[in-house]
Design a protein around this ligand. Structure first.
Ligand code: ZN
Length: 365
């Protein structure tokens, strides 16, 4: 249906909500990518009604709605990491049993380190290696250690979260039987045609161990309330979602390698292909526009990444614009943000390279 018709349908279903408010909910929930000329589906209607209902149930004033119900956790500006990780079956990297989940500070400083660490993690990876059985070759002890150290410091890359662009709750009904509480996952940015739709467990597949719903509000951690057609409430526990989330080592190393290649290109000033790759990398993030109601009104625009990997790409981009350099010590080659005319990432590298050059200049005796 068309935009105007869509709005009146929402109004009808929601019982006469303010048009301006509905417009804002549409913008926030379906993304500003979806133009007014786009086609609006029954699913879209559902997402908006859920967002409106959520805002009401929480007793929030319609003037300043929050869109928790259709927003992926990472969009709210936080990310989780576990206090320790294990590698299972030489394949999965996951939170260690009994480990604590903690919030990862998605702040500038942490992200700058993330860019350097991710670049380093991917640099030595050789993609396309094949082991004896045709599978990727087993991880070496060095790779294992590096991966674990990276995870303890930064947490998972969010490879699966990356595709989630926000979700609401869908109840699947099979005749009279309520099958289960399902969460509707959008796996591509809003507004694109032919987007596949899956429930949460379907989307995460083997990346998610066990259930992430509970029947009572969890005592710790954030959650998203959901409601069944029978009126019964369930809760999507974000804690369980993150605690049960794991990633496969090979995909992580591959993602790190891709990131590393791009970072090196950027630092050495090779631009062709960079913008394209960046566009792809940023497709999962979305700009959030805010207008502060004060005099004079202030407009703020920021990008909201849906995963740690996207956050790293965003940070790489902003660092790249500021000019990153590769350490000139051939034994190092680390990326760094130069202050002034620095050519080395550290004094150590500068000193080492100087000695090396001096040694080469000395005539052999
Ligand atoms: Zn260096």
């Amino acid at each position: 249906m068309k935009y105007a018709e869509f709005i009146s349908r929402v109004q009808q279903e929601a019982g006469g909500a303010d048009v301006d408010f509905i417009r804002r909910v549409i913008n926030a929930s379906l993304g500003i990518e979806k133009p007014m000329s786009a086609h609006y589906s029954e699913d879209d209607l559902w997402v908006i009604l859920e967002a409106l209902g959520g805002a009401r149930r929480e007793g929030r004033a319609p003037a300043r709605p929050e869109y928790r119900f259709v927003t992926a956790p990472a969009l709210e500006g936080w990310w989780f990491r576990s206090s320790s990780y294990v590698i299972r079956d030489d394949l999965w990297i996951e939170p260690a049993p009994g480990a604590e989940l903690e919030e990862y500070p998605l702040k500038k400083e942490a992200l700058t380190e993330l860019v350097a660490d991710l670049e380093e993690l991917g640099r030595q990876y050789q993609p396309g290696g094949v082991g004896a059985d045709g599978e990727p070759p087993p991880l070496g002890p060095r790779e294992r250690d590096k991966l674990l150290a990276f995870y303890v410091k930064h947490g998972p890359l969010g490879l699966k979260f990356r595709g989630v662009f926000g979700y609401g709750v869908v109840i699947k009904e099979d005749g009279q039987v309520v099958e289960d509480q399902r969460v509707h996952v959008r796996t591509t940015p809003f507004g694109r045609h032919g987007e596949p739709k899956k429930d949460l467990l379907g989307h995460f597949g083997l990346y998610l161990k066990g259930k992430c719903y509970v029947s009572k509000p969890p005592e710790t951690g954030h959650y998203i309330p959901c409601r069944g057609p029978d009126g019964r409430k369930r809760y999507l526990s974000l804690h369980l979602l993150y605690a049960g989330y794991r990633e496969d080592c090979d995909s992580v190393l591959f993602a790190a390698w891709t990131f590393s290649c791009l970072a090196q290109q950027l630092a050495s000033g090779v631009v062709p292909g960079f913008l394209l790759s960046l566009e792809e990398a940023l497709a999962n993030s979305r700009p959030a526009v805010g207008l502060e109601a004060r005099q004079p009104a202030r407009l703020s625009v920021r990008w909201e990444p849906t995963s740690l990997l996207d956050a790293a790409y965003l940070r790489l981009f902003s660092l790249g614009v500021g000019g990153m350099r590769i350490c000139e010590d051939p034994k190092c080659g680390r990326l760094f943000t130069p202050q002034g005319k620095r050519r080395y990432c550290s004094d150590r590298c500068s000193e080492r390279h100087r000695k090396e050059r001096n040694r080469k200049r000395q005539p052999a005796i």
